[in-house]
Write a protein that binds this ligand. Structure first.
Ligand SMILES: *Cc1c(COP(=O)(O)O)cnc(C)c1O
Length: 374
């Protein structure tokens, strides 16, 4: 059965990419980041493929994502990065999910959850080393460490890890990289002097895992690289293999006369009599409306620019005098080896990052998997 648009996900590429990052990270463990539906690739399937490729941890943003992995039978160590007061932490503890604590309220709630669950919670302390996002900064760090160690002494909490996050690792040489690394090292040392015995210390996202050997510590946390997209476009692809190909089938092909206005607002007019093809994928599927008259797709043997505005469910391409039939395949983006643009090219054209291209692929676009241990 064909559908108007589908996202083909190559699970072998995900496994391969985890392997590439592991090579770069020389000995460090890999926590594959599978938050946000594994950057649009599918939480459970991508998570399994990453584990098959050598990831010994999975990382998510929200507790619900971790519980869905457990529900699906994925038992590998899983870390939740973001929480708010009042979430069902007892369930997290019962399901053996690691939690991140960057504030005292989290230690308190997790201890109560552990008491109810009748087993200790595992927590990673989060240091704000200069991104000014999550985590405890210099001023609050001693208090956080102290509270965590007291809770550990009471038997309700295990201080399993310590972590931080880079703000500018994708800009090689940015001065904040060295200062965050130094701050992290100092904060880890302070915690260890206070008695913390961390299983894993971790700081590096994809960009740092691939470019900063000095920031590997015990574990690296690649997200975008897991899916084969480069975290530092100016340094190339690092030999990664893009895992997602977005395809659609022409819904209609027709001749129109010269001077025809195409799609909403008539922002495109045909120069001469020409053949148009209707592509049944729109901004509700994740084709950005900003890509109107801008983004390229691969159809009938070559690249074509989207003609006129991207609509909610469809857009048009101008084939000139080339031939195409309803049902013929159009590749919107993919690894690039058949002539199609990559997600990185779409991102460059739109002034955004490849992350946003793949994560915005809509929920009504089925993910179709190949490879992997299916
Ligand atoms: C998303 C995320 C990552 C992965 O970032 P990439 O740039 O995609 O590699 C790593 N660590 C944390 C805490 C994250 O939230």
């Amino acid at each position: 059965m064909r559908v108007p648009a589908e996202a083909r996900v190559d699970l072998d590429a995900i496994g391969y990419n985890v392997g590439r990052v592991r090579e770069h990270a020389g000995g460090a463990e890999v926590m594959a980041m599978v938050k946000a539906e594994a950057y649009g690739h599918g939480l459970v399937e991508a998570g399994r493929a990453a584990v098959a490729g050598g990831a010994s941890w999975l990382g998510v943003a929200k507790l619900d994502e971790a519980l869905r992995l457990r529900e699906a039978g994925v038992a590998v160590r899983t870390l939740v990065g973001v929480g708010v007061p009042g979430e069902p932490y007892e369930e997290a503890v019962a399901r053996d999910v690691d939690l991140t604590a960057g504030a005292l309220w989290m230690i308190e709630e997790v201890v109560q959850a552990a008491e109810r669950a009748g087993r200790p919670a595992r927590v990673h302390l989060k240091a704000d080393t200069g991104m000014s996002r999550g985590g405890a900064g210099d001023r609050d760090w001693p208090m956080l460490v102290d509270a965590a160690l007291k809770a550990e002494a009471s038997g309700h909490l295990r201080v399993a890890g310590v972590m931080s996050h880079f703000a500018c690792a994708d800009e090689p040489g940015h001065p904040s990289i060295a200062s965050q690394l130094a701050a992290f090292t100092a904060m880890v040392e302070h915690a260890e002097r206070s008695g913390a015995r961390f299983e894993v210390r971790h700081l590096s996202n994809s960009a740092a895992a691939l470019t900063l050997p000095e920031a590997r510590f015990d574990l690296v946390r690649p997200g975008i690289a897991t899916y084969g997209l480069t975290p530092v476009p100016q340094l190339g692809t690092f030999g990664l293999r893009p895992a997602m190909t977005l395809v659609s089938d022409a819904a209609l092909v027709k001749r129109v006369p010269a001077g025809s206005g195409v799609s909403y607002g008539h922002t495109y007019h045909t120069g001469q009599a020409t053949t148009l093809a209707l592509v049944p994928a729109g901004y509700a599927d994740g084709v950005p409306r900003h890509g109107s008259n801008l983004l390229e797709v691969f159809a009938a043997g070559r690249r074509r620019t989207i003609a006129g505005r991207v609509c909610m469910d469809q857009f048009v391409i101008d084939l000139g005098d080339d031939e195409m039939s309803a049902g013929d395949e159009i590749i919107l983006f993919g690894p690039g080896d058949r002539g199609e643009p990559t997600a990185q090219e779409w991102a460059d054209a739109l002034g955004t990052i490849s992350y946003e291209i793949v994560t915005r692929i809509g929920s009504r676009v089925p993910r179709v998997y190949s490879g992997g241990a299916l």
